[in-house]
Design a protein. Sequence first.
Length: 115
Amino acid sequence: MATFTKTFLSSSVNGASTLVSASATPGTLIHTAQPGITGLDEVWIYADNSASTSVKLTVEFGGTAEKDQIELSIPGESGLVLVVPGLPLNNSAVVRAFSASANLISVLGYVNRVL
């Protein structure tokens, strides 16, 4: 029977948000999945844009190739926007993010670790 444990994103300190400081690939490290292939991390990420205008955010999910990139525009001063809706990741794969304008977008979230 599988067990679920809710945990912070690996870049988070005590659940706090991580500022996206990168403006190009490879992006700011957001999360590193658990090692191995017997379990998985269900990753939930939300973004907040402190600017008054929209900013493009690129999430590199599991790699930095174009096929691994999730791109979206985060509206200015709109609160939390769901960016990664519980997608699975394992085998020490990483999630990174960069934005068109550095230091304006913060990300936070959690991982449901399944063993």
